[in-house]
Unconditional design. Structure first.
Length: 202
C-alpha cells in the first residue's frame, strides 16, 4: 500500500522534530559532543596559565604541614602473618630464641608484600598505624619482637620493632621545592588550608 501525501508529511515533520531534539540534547549534555580540534578553537579562548603561588600562601601551607606532624613518631617495623595462633606462638618462641626473622618471613608469612622483603613493612608515621598497634609498638625497644601474636583479619601477626624516632618535618625550602614540583608526600593524611594551582614550566 502506497503512503499518502499526508502520511509522508507527518513522517517528514517527525524526522525534523527528532533531529532538532537530538541537537538540543547534545547541547544540554545528554549526548556526547565531539571535541573541537585545536585548529578549530578561536583565537583568544586559551585558558590563562596558573598564577605563581605567593610565599605567603606557601608559608600558610607549610605551617599547617608542621602542625599535622607535631608529636608524631616514625616506626620501622617487620612483620610475619600466619594463619594459626598456635603456629604464631611457636614462631615467636623460635624467633626470640635466635631464629632468622627474615628467613621465616620469606618462607612462611602469608603477607606477600612484606614476605618478599624478609618481613619489612617499611617506615610510617604514628598516624598511619592503628591505635592498638601504636600502643603495642610503644612497649617494644628496637630489635624486640612482641611476645604475643596479634589477631588480624587474615590470621595472626608477629611484629618486630626495627627502629623508632621522632618525626622531623622537612625544611621550608624542601617543602616549597616539593610542593611546586608536585612531589610532596605528607607523612600523615592532610588537607592544606589553601587550595592552589601548581604553575607548570613553560
Amino acid at each position: 500500500m502506497n503512503a499518502t501525501p499526508h502520511f509522508n508529511h507527518l513522517l517528514l515533520a517527525t524526522a525534523l522534530a527528532l533531529s532538532a531534539g537530538s541537537v538540543q540534547a547534545a547541547q544540554a549534555g545528554n549526548a556526547p559532543v565531539e571535541k573541537a580540534e585545536p585548529a578549530a578553537i578561536q583565537p583568544g579562548t586559551d585558558v590563562p596559565p596558573p598564577q605563581p603561588i605567593s610565599d605567603e600562601v606557601i608559608g600558610q601551607e607549610y605551617d599547617a604541614y608542621r602542625q599535622s606532624v607535631k608529636g608524631q613518631k616514625m616506626y620501622t617495623v617487620s612483620y610475619i602473618l600466619l594463619s594459626d595462633e598456635t603456629e604464631a606462638r611457636q614462631w615467636i618462641a623460635r624467633l626470640r630464641s635466635g631464629a632468622s626473622f627474615e628467613k621465616a618471613a620469606r618462607e612462611h608469612s602469608r603477607h606477600p608484600l612484606s614476605a618478599k622483603e624478609g618481613g619489612k613493612l617499611g617506615t610510617f608515621a604514628t598516624c598511619r598505624w592503628a591505635r592498638d598497634t601504636v600502643q603495642m609498638l610503644d612497649t617494644l625497644k628496637p630489635g624486640q619482637i612482641h611476645a604475643k601474636p596479634v589477631k588480624a583479619s587474615a590470621g595472626w601477626s608477629i611484629y618486630r620493632l626495627d627502629a623508632v624516632k621522632p618525626l622531623e618535618p622537612i625544611s621550608y625550602a624542601q617543602y616549597k621545592e616539593q610542593l611546586l614540583s608536585g612531589t610532596f608526600k605528607p607523612e600523615c593524611p592532610w588537607v592544606p588550608p589553601v587550595t592552589v594551582g601548581v604553575p607548570r614550566e613553560p
